[in-house]
Design a protein around this ligand. Structure first.
Ligand code: AKG
Ligand code: FE2
Length: 382
């Protein structure tokens, strides 16, 4: 790195330190208590200076990038048609039973691509344009919505809990979106002009899809509809918008380290056509997921392991930025989180695998450590 570039990056670190106090204050314990993430500089701002070359050592993770990628695995990824799920009576004989396809995808993969989801095109397109617009704003404007101490929302990063941990090659904007009374408008960008109204419409439409899917999944698990409905009445949605800048050494950095999500159901929108998302198969190989309007399924804790929670990661493109929007759906803050009693009623025959905790303890457990494969689920294990 040439001296001027090194200076600029160092200055960014200093500015971050100034904003948050001296580094000696930045104890992991403090962050655990307050549910926040250690501040890190913007990767996008760094790339604007360096062009994505001269990667600082904290971002170098060649061992992760070196894992085997299955070139022919993609064809096997399940595809579920939402309209067919909603209207089984319209199904042609030959198409088979869509809810059986959904059940198999949840059991075998914990992941599928959802097509015909019914979210209007203008809402989808509006979301894409506004996210690209937000990350395209000058750094000073984006920084008006930067995370602050003691909370997770805003423009920045998540899961940074120590000063020597490796970092993801990405910037994010994380917001609570539903129900509306959980929003903190302080962190909702008012630029581009239509950002707020678009996220409002998008989050409501996606929550609707998630609620319908959860209803059908619980039916597939043999549960009475009220069991999931009682957990999810007033269910929470948060949205994580990911911006992955290009990197000249793309094969040595990771956009989002391998992890599995901790909510009930995540719906991810791959905003542009740059490929980057990969899911892990049982043989340890990674399968690239083509940008289609897609979804992740995470129900492992609730279902006592009957449905899987897939491990996934985001990789970086050498030339082009990649953008994605993940909407996470969790039970209401009044619900406890753990294996459903109704699913493990016969405890003589089925071992209870996970703890049951209140919502706040669950959030603390999730956000207080580095994400690493299935480490979170391990911590929930009894
Ligand atoms: O960028 C992606 O496609 C995945 C993002 C993701 O895994 C997440 O936000 O939890
Ligand atoms: Fe994820």
């Amino acid at each position: 790195m040439v001296a001027a570039e090194a200076d600029t990056v160092a200055t960014q670190w200093e500015q971050v330190a100034l904003r948050y106090g001296s580094s000696s204050e930045l104890h992991t314990a403090t962050y655990r208590r307050k549910m926040e993430s250690l501040p890190v500089p913007s990767v996008q701002a760094m790339v604007a200076v360096t062009g994505g070359a001269h990667v600082p050592p904290r971002y170098l993770r060649p061992e992760v990038a070196a894992d085997a990628v299955a070139s022919n695995g993609e064809a096997a990824i399940p595809i579920v048609d939402f309209q067919r799920l909603l209207h089984p009576e319209d199904e042609a004989e030959a198409s088979g039973d869509e809810s059986a396809r959904l059940h198999a995808a949840c059991q075998e993969w914990g992941f599928f691509q959802l097509i015909n989801h019914g979210v209007p095109d203008d809402v989808m397109e509006g979301m894409k344009t506004n996210i690209e617009g937000f990350f395209g704003l000058p750094a000073e404007t984006k920084n008006q919505f930067a995370q602050e101490r003691g909370q997770l929302e805003g423009y920045g990063q998540l899961f940074v809990v120590s000063e020597d941990q490796k970092l993801d090659w990405a910037d994010i904007l994380y917001l609570n979106t539903q129900p509306p009374q959980h929003r903190n408008m302080r962190f909702w960008p008012d630029k581009p002009d239509s950002f707020r109204s678009t996220l409002d419409a998008y989050s409501a439409a996606v929550k609707n899809v998630a609620d319908c899917l959860l209803g059908i999944m619980s039916k597939n698990l043999g549960l009475q509809p009220e069991v999931i409905a009682s957990k999810c009445a007033g269910g929470i949605q948060s949205v994580r918008m990911n911006y992955y800048p290009p990197c000249a050494e793309a094969d040595k950095v990771v956009g989002f380290a391998p992890h599995s999500d901790a909510d009930l159901l995540t719906l991810v929108l791959q905003v542009n056509e740059v490929q980057g998302l990969q899911v892990k198969r049982d043989d340890g190989s990674w399968v690239p997921v083509r940008p289609l309007k897609g979804a992740f399924v995470v129900m492992q804790i609730f279902t006592n392991g009957r449905y899987r929670s897939i491990e996934h990661r985001a990789m970086i493109n050498a030339e082009r930025a990649r953008l994605s929007v993940a909407a996470f759906h969790s039970p209401s803050i009044d619900a406890t989180i753990g294996p459903l009693r109704e699913l493990v009623a016969d405890q003589e025959r089925e071992e209870v695998m996970y703890k049951t905790v209140d919502h706040e303890s669950f959030m603390r457990l999730f956000f207080s450590a580095k994400v690493e494969g299935k480490s979170f689920l391990q911590r929930m294990k009894l």
